[in-house]
Design a protein around this ligand. Structure first.
Ligand code: GLN
Length: 390
């Protein structure tokens, strides 16, 4: 049974990871860390298993984790939330996003995203039977910036939801306050709900600041803010995410979530509650280390001849690979599928994050995405291999 956009095919991440495994390539495709998160957080989960946190947790999440999430939003962003009614724990941000879109949009409704966009966002919209519209992020000297005119034109009376991702996968853009104000204005004009994906909220570099759109004037009441522990604590397989915001939006997401997974992650919930409360130092360490790895990857890709747009957030670098394209390998998709066997490096074509045949897909056809979530030595090895291309 395929979703309208065929999204039941294996994801591009699964495809490139399988290709990397089959060819022995260094995998800078799928973005996940190869160093597990803090030992003390992992020990906390082991303790939780030993002390009996092994049956269904409450559908909304354990009280302790909901409180820790509310405290986190208050401490970092000055957002006040009632843990009883305004916080929902989910199976990663992916489930929260899918539950929210299924709850809020249906046939005849439009859901507006940035383009490129993370693949599961498009799949959620397709599963809801809604129409996917986009506003492009355009590469330039200041990074990929939101086309504000296109955004204004794309937000219509049919737009039910604006699904906003910042820090952004795949481009690494951290939306500026001006861009967020334009999104907020578009949401108010269309009377749309904003659903966010902020899973890279703490992975920002060069002093860039992540601003949740819920903190903008008038936006808290129309925004469902979604994030997770996976990226922040390098525990992507634990799948502990959350949605926060007005009770009616949390309730709507819960109504769907209860029939997707009901609940989950019993021993991980108390461990993440502790990580959120006590892990700020670990997060700073991860951010600094990722910042250094970003610099290595950006420098190395430039040496190979790629035009790199330096990311301010997340753990991906997008690069224009036009100099490497040939008649046989005419675009990023072909190049990404050939690189593992040719030089032993896997990455992901940026067009995989675009609507098939869209103008953005056409303009980003030569682009590749590389992750710097891997060890410094793994990144160095990938760069050594890529240098053979010169
Ligand atoms: N978020 C990860 C990435 O963008 C992939 C997660 C997945 O494989 N679904 O690379």
């Amino acid at each position: 049974l395929a979703a309208p956009d065929g999204s039941t095919r294996p994801t591009i991440f699964a495809e490139m990871t399988a290709l990397a495994a089959a060819t022995g390539a260094v995998n800078l495709g799928q973005g996940f860390p190869d160093a597990d998160g803090p030992a003390w957080v992992r020990e906390a989960a082991v303790d939780a298993i030993r002390s009996g946190a092994n049956q269904y947790p409450p559908g909304r999440g354990t009280p302790a984790l909901r409180r820790a999430i509310a405290d986190h939003q208050a401490r970092h962003y000055d957002l006040a939330l009632d843990p009883e009614t305004q916080v929902l724990v989910t199976a990663g941000a992916t489930e929260a996003i899918t539950a929210a879109i299924l709850a809020l949009a249906g046939p005849g409704d439009e859901v507006l995203t940035l383009e490129p966009f993370y693949d599961s966002h498009a799949a959620s919209i397709a599963l809801a039977g809604a129409t996917h519209t986009t506003a492009p992020l355009v590469p330039g000297p200041d990074g990929f910036r939101l086309d504000l005119d296109a955004l204004a034109a794309a937000a219509t009376a049919r737009t039910r939801v604006i699904l906003l991702n910042t820090p952004h996968n795949p481009t690494g853009t951290v939306l500026s306050r001006t861009e967020l104000e334009a999104v907020a204005a578009a949401a108010v004009r269309a009377d749309a709900v904003v659903v966010t994906d902020e899973v890279y909220e703490h992975l920002v570099y060069d002093g860039a600041a992540h601003v949740p759109i819920a903190t903008l004037p008038g936006m808290a009441e129309r925004t469902l803010t979604i994030s997770s522990a996976g990226k922040t604590f390098s525990l992507t397989g634990w799948k502990i995410g959350w949605a926060t915001g007005p009770a009616h939006l949390v309730e709507a997401a819960l109504a769907v979530k209860q029939f997707l997974t009901y609940s989950g992650g019993a021993p991980f919930q108390p461990a993440i509650a502790r990580a959120l409360a006590e892990g700020d130092g670990d997060v700073r360490e991860l951010r600094d280390s990722l910042g250094a790895r970003r610099d290595t990857l950006v420098r190395g890709l430039r040496e190979v001849g790629l035009a790199v747009v330096e990311p301010r957030g997340a753990y991906f670098v997008c690069a224009d690979a036009s100099p490497l394209l040939t008649a046989e390998l005419p675009d990023g998709a072909a190049l990404a599928r050939a690189l593992p066997a040719a030089v032993g490096v896997a990455c992901v074509p940026v067009a995989a994050f675009c609507r098939t045949g869209s103008p953005t897909a056409a303009s980003l056809a030569p682009w590749l995405r590389f992750t710097f979530s891997k060890d410094a030595s793994t990144i160095e090895e990938a760069l050594t291999r890529l240098r053979r291309l010169r």
